[in-house]
Ligand binder design. Structure first.
Ligand SMILES: NC(=O)c1ccc[n+]([C@@H]2O[C@H](COP(=O)([O-])OP(=O)(O)OC[C@H]3O[C@@H](n4cnc5c(N)ncnc54)[C@H](OP(=O)(O)O)[C@@H]3O)[C@@H](O)[C@H]2O)c1
Ligand SMILES: N[C@@H](CCO)C(=O)O
Ligand code: NA
Length: 438
């Protein structure tokens, strides 16, 4: 049996995928039944490092997704449009879709999966989160017996690379970003990565799978790493933490989580720089590496670690998805959906507002060097129900005292009330940093 693949895009991931498909020796034997039938690109005359069979390159991507010969469309052009429309057209034409496009799935997943279920085709997306790291299929299948309590990860390689270098070199964000761009680790337009938007797309996808409901992308809180300073990395280090951009999806613990009620649990869904205790497994995930830490009942804690981007690792996930679809097509005569491969959620998850999120905070204050400032801070925090874990006067800077506070778990709303009062204190010069603590 031969399964014909229509490849949309022959860039980093597309070329990596073609490379594997054209070189099946030593890999799963089912690869020999996959054929790249057509490839769609934007610039057909661009020099490419890959030898494709003659005549299969085209700029007419629509003709690929509607071609009756094609079984599986592999979307690797990225971006929202025309990727969304091409995937929908492929589905409408009865094709299965494999994609690495987290942005399109996070924003248009509901529309795409609804169309796929109606048409009885699969949409597979292992490469969209954590690149080559298996995490989508584990959430759909291997962890299916668990009640998932939380999924938390370092799922953006660019920001992890920048933060790791800032940590190692004591360097500032802007300098490391510029160097990362020169070395090709960060894109010319780094917005999606450094502002946490790429991680927000990915955690929306993971949360949907982990908690079995749809997620509205705009409900994911996202804060990036531009404001993380070399000073804070150094202070965090002294206090026993490293700063990481974490993406967090967590089931809020009700007062009696064991009792089943009609009231649905709310989810916390957030991306922000976070002080991670050095002994936590995520603290040691460095450079461009990604890791996803899952807590479930009864499995406990499990972590998936590896390369979250790059041609080879990402293509590894793309081809695994193609193999999964081909395997089902080979063995099943009935129309799908296969319950462990498809995505059939209908309802939207309830998301907790950030004011209700309970977390620890790190705050750095610059104050006048007058007696009683620490006492005043303590009084205001106490009045707002914010309990302090530590208060340290780090030092003096141009006659101003620098004070760092770490709180116990507090409701974010209470912490913000306290800050609003603190800002009005005469002795407070500025609050240069506010970060959450794991
Ligand atoms: N790069 C990674 O490490 C990585 C990791 C995980 C996920 N992803 C995801 O994988 C997808 C592809 O990323 P990539 O890095 O491979 O991108 P890329 O290197 O920029 O390649 C994009 C490819 O799509 C083609 N293309 C783009 N827009 C097109 C259009 N409108 N019509 C026809 N062809 C078009 C380009 O054609 P030309 O070659 O003619 O320019 C190119 O071949 C994205 O969704 C990305 O988020 C990437
Ligand atoms: N820009 C992404 C690529 C992988 O999705 C990152 O830095 O992790
Ligand atoms: Na993956």
């Amino acid at each position: 049996m031969t399964f014909k693949i229509g490849l949309l895009g022959l860039g980093t991931v597309g070329a990596g995928t073609a490379q594997i498909l054209l070189d099946s020796v030593g890999r799963h034997p089912l690869l020999q039944e996959l054929e790249i039938a057509r490839v769609g690109v934007r610039s057909p005359d661009k020099p490419r490092d890959i030898d494709l069979p003659a005549g299969i390159l085209t700029t007419d991507l629509e003709s690929i997704v509607t071609d009756p010969e094609i079984d599986i469309v592999v979307e690797l052009i990225g971006g929202l449009e025309p990727a969304r429309s091409l995937m929908l057209q492929a589905i409408a034409s009865g094709k299965h879709v494999v994609t690495a496009n987290k942005a399109a799935i996070a924003l248009h997943g509901a529309e795409i999966f609804t169309a796929a279920n109606e048409k009885g085709v699969y949409v597979m997306l292992e490469a969209a989160v954590g690149g080559g790291i298996p995490v989508i299929q584990p959430l759909k299948q291997s962890l299916g017996s668990n009640r998932i309590q939380g999924v938390m990860g370092i799922i953006n390689g660019t920001t992890n690379y920048i933060l790791t270098r800032m940590q190692l070199e004591g360097a500032d964000f802007e300098a490391v970003l510029a160097d990362a761009q020169k070395l090709g680790y960060a894109e010319a337009d780094p917005t999606a990565d450094v502002d946490g938007l790429d991680a927000a797309d990915k955690i929306a996808i993971l949360a949907s799978l982990a908690f079995g409901g749809r997620i509205k992308r705009e409900q994911v809180y996202a804060e990036g790493i531009r404001q993380v300073s070399a000073e804070d990395i150094a202070y965090a280090e002294k206090l026993g933490f490293v700063i990481k951009l974490l993406a967090i999806a967590k089931r809020e613990e009700g007062p009696t989580p064991q009792i089943q009620t009609d009231v649905e649990d709310r989810l916390q869904l957030r991306v922000h720089p976070t002080l991670v205790p050095k002994q936590h497994p995520l603290a040691n995930v460095n450079g461009v590496y990604n890791a996803i830490f899952v807590e479930g009942d009864p499995i406990g804690q499990v972590m998936f670690y590896g390369r979250g981007a790059g041609a080879g690792p990402t293509a590894s996930a793309v081809v695994a998805d193609i193999l999964n679809v081909a395997a089902v097509l080979k063995t099943e005569t009935e129309p799908i959906p296969h319950p462990l491969l498809s995505c059939s959620h209908q309802h939207y998850c309830a998301i907790a507002p950030m004011e209700d999120v309970v977390t620890r905070f790190y705050a750095r204050f610059l104050t006048q060097d007058s007696p009683g400032v620490i006492g005043e801070l303590g009084t205001i925090f106490g009045k707002n129900g914010v309990s302090l874990e530590s208060v340290v006067q780090i030092g003096m800077r141009e006659n101003q005292a620098e004070i760092v506070v770490v709180t116990h778990d507090v409701k974010e709303g209470n912490f913000n009330h306290a800050l609003a009062e603190i800002r009005n204190l005469e002795a407070i010069v500025s609050i240069p940093s506010l970060l959450r603590v794991l």
